[in-house]
Structure formats: structure tokens, C-alpha cells
Design a binder for this molecule. Structure first.
Ligand SMILES: [Cu+2]
Length: 370
């Protein structure tokens, strides 16, 4: 009945079925599973990772549920695998071509192992979508902030603050936030583990996350996309959530600090006016926006782009990367329009967030390098 070539070992001393050992193992695995479930249900997550926004706890509940069921499942699967491998191993004295009892078409078993996982997946989807809606339905009428990923830092824009805030991102406690995310150069990720929120920042695309801070504190922001050589340094930016008065004070500080910054980007066509530029302001900007890709060193000392120490005054470097003569006006043109050549891509003024005045200041600074 099993086919001629198959030699069956049915006359063993031990039965091949579900004997006492199987039920003992089942009981042990059940106890281990219960321990795992209790562990995940009671583990003090918030001791290690504060729930900084209103929806963080729902995400935690989903995580606990998935971790508990996943652990229990794993314990049973790995446990049985191990047990069966031992219980049904080839015994000494078995013929070398011995195989086990062949089982076909257990409809009852197949029905349940289809239905139970299917129902489980449906349940997980329903719970996940519900939490996703709660995150997306956070109130819209609060503070609107923009976070922009750069190689290799995050910057932030606020209503009524010119330009970009380049230190920490400040948010008042309890005020709903709509955070618009984008990138100035390549794909980055914006992840705040304490908020249980994460989204990619994509060049040319604005994505939105919403949340309401519920715990004052300072939380790390992590870039989760490998975005270049200094990717790991993007975790330096932190989020601070403060009292309303302290927040207002900080807001006024940045309004004043950036009062002179122009929000208008240089027109695509027109040449940059290099008169009356400040090399000192250019140096500050250079340290903020250029040092991730350029060293103040000879041309050959590459970071992402070439060293810029000799860009205007090196006899061995008469032409810029785009072939134009190394003059202040031509350097300004590269800063304005960007350039992609054999070394890589020099971002344009829009991507680098440079106004016409910024470009003039940067050129004045580069002109001081010998
Ligand atoms: Cu990044």
C-alpha cells in the first residue's frame, strides 16, 4: 500500500505516534509560552523608552501583542522541531534507507492550520490599521513644523522664523504637532524611538506625521537610511519638549537670530551679486552647510567633494570641476546651480538652502583661503 521501494519501519519497540513524551514536551512548551506571554505583557517598556507622545502607548500595546504571540509561536515551533528531530531520529540498527510513517491528507489538521493563521493575520491587520488611524487623526490645528534631512544633519523650519533652525528641534508640551518631512539631498529617515514614529524623508516629496507630545524630555532623532559616509552622525540632533514660556523664549531667540536670513531662494537665472559680502558670515555658513562634504584642504583631499582651500588661488587648479575658469563669479554659479561631474553631485542653492546673500558670503570666505 505504500509502494514497493519504500522500506517501512513499523515494528519498532517505541510507537511512532504521539506518545507520552510528546505530551510532556507539549506541557513544557505551554508553560514556557505562558512565561513568555507574561514577560511581554508586564515588561516595563517605558522605563527604557519613555512614551513621549500620546499614541506611543497604543504602538507599545501592538508591540507587546506581537512579541507575546510571536514568542509563544516560536517556542512551540522550535520546541517541537527539536523534540521530533530527537524522537524520530534513525535508531542504531535501522536499515540505512528507513523512512518514517507516511501521512497523507489530514483534512482536519489542514483546515485548522489554514484558518487559525489567517484569522490571526486579519486580527493583526485590524489592530494595526486602527492604531495607524489614531496616529493620523491626531489634531491638525496645532504647530506646523518642517524637518529637512541633509547630508549629514537635520534642520527645522517654523512658522514666523526665517530660514532654518539648525540646533535642536523644540516643541511645546501638549500642543499637537503636524510635522512635514522632506530631504534636501538624498533619502534619509526621521525616527524618534521615544515617539514610536518613523518616516523616510524623500527629496522632492513632503510626507507628514502627526503627534502630541505628552512627556517633557530630550529624545534622540535617528536617521534610518544609509545616506552617505557620515550617516551615523545624524543621530546628534535631539528633540526637546518644554514648558510654554521656555518654548516662547526659544522661539523669540530664533526669530531674532534669523531675522536677517532671507527666505527667498536665488532666482534660477540671474547672476549673484558678490558686492558687500561678509567672509566671516561665509565661514559660519561653510561650517554649517559644507564641511560634511568639503575639507578646507587642497583639491585632492576628497571627502564627498574635493578640498576647497585652493579653489580660487591655486595655480595648479586654474579651472573648476565644470571646466570654467576659477573666478569668484563662476564659483558663485556652481553654488547657485550645483554641478554633477565625475566626483559626484554638488547640490544646488535650493538643496543647500542658500540665499543669494549666503552665496556671496560663501564666495567671499572661499576667496580668503590660499
Ligand atoms: Cu541621513
Amino acid at each position: 500500500m505504500w509502494g514497493e521501494s519504500v522500506l517501512l519501519v513499523e515494528n519498532r519497540a517505541e510507537p511512532a505516534g504521539l506518545d507520552r513524551g510528546f505530551w510532556i514536551v507539549t506541557a513544557v512548551l505551554a508553560v514556557l509560552s505562558v512565561i513568555a506571554i507574561v514577560f511581554w505583557a508586564t515588561f516595563p517598556l517605558e522605563t527604557y523608552l519613555p512614551a513621549a507622545v500620546v499614541t506611543a502607548r497604543q504602538v507599545d500595546h501592538l508591540f507587546r501583542f506581537m512579541a507575546a504571540t510571536g514568542s509563544a509561536l516560536w517556542i512551540f515551533i522550535a520546541g517541537y522541531l527539536l523534540y521530533f528531530a530527537i524522537a524520530f531520529r534513525v535508531k542504531p540498527g535501522d536499515p540505512p534507507d528507513a523512512i518514517g510513517v507516511q501521512i497523507h491528507d489530514n483534512h482536519k489538521l489542514e483546515f485548522w492550520w489554514t484558518i487559525v493563521p489567517a484569522l490571526f493575520v486579519v486580527l493583526l491587520s485590524v489592530v494595526s490599521v486602527r492604531i495607524w488611524y489614531e496616529i493620523m487623526l491626531e489634531p491638525e490645528n496645532g504647530l506646523v513644523v518642517e524637518a529637512i534631512g541633509h547630508q549629514f544633519y537635520f534642520s527645522f523650519r517654523y512658522p514666523q522664523i526665517n530660514g532654518e533652525v539648525t540646533d535642536e528641534m523644540h516643541l511645546p508640551l501638549g500642543v499637537p504637532v503636524t510635522l512635514n518631512l522632506t530631504s534636501a539631498d538624498v533619502l534619509h529617515g526621521f525616527w524618534v524611538p521615544a515617539m514610536r514614529l518613523k518616516n523616510d524623508t524623500v527629496p522632492g516629496l513632503v510626507t507628514t506625521i502627526r503627534f502630541t507630545p505628552r512627556l517633557a524630555g530630550r529624545y534622540p532623532i535617528v536617521c534610518t537610511q544609509f545616506c552617505g559616509v557620515l550617516h551615523s552622525e545624524m543621530d546628534k540632533q535631539v528633540l526637546v519638549i518644554e514648558s510654554k514660556t521656555a518654548f516662547d523664549k526659544w522661539y523669540k531667540y530664533w526669530q531674532q537670530k534669523n531675522a536677517h536670513v532671507s527666505n527667498t531662494l536665488p532666482a534660477a537665472g540671474g547672476a549673484i551679486n558678490l558686492q558687500g559680502a561678509s567672509a566671516a558670515a561665509g565661514k559660519t555658513l561653510f561650517d554649517q552647510k559644507c564641511t560634511a562634504c568639503h575639507k578646507v584642504a587642497p583639491f585632492s583631499q576628497m571627502l564627498v567633494g574635493p578640498g576647497l582651500a585652493g579653489v580660487l588661488h591655486d595655480p595648479a587648479h586654474p579651472n573648476l570641476v565644470n571646466g570654467d575658469p576659477a573666478t569668484p563669479q563662476n564659483v558663485a554659479a556652481i553654488l547657485q546651480h550645483g554641478y554633477t561631474g565625475s566626483i559626484g553631485t554638488m547640490p544646488n542653492a535650493n538643496a543647500n538652502g542658500l540665499s543669494g546673500q549666503d552665496i556671496a558670503n560663501l564666495v567671499a570666505f572661499l576667496d580668503t583661503l590660499k
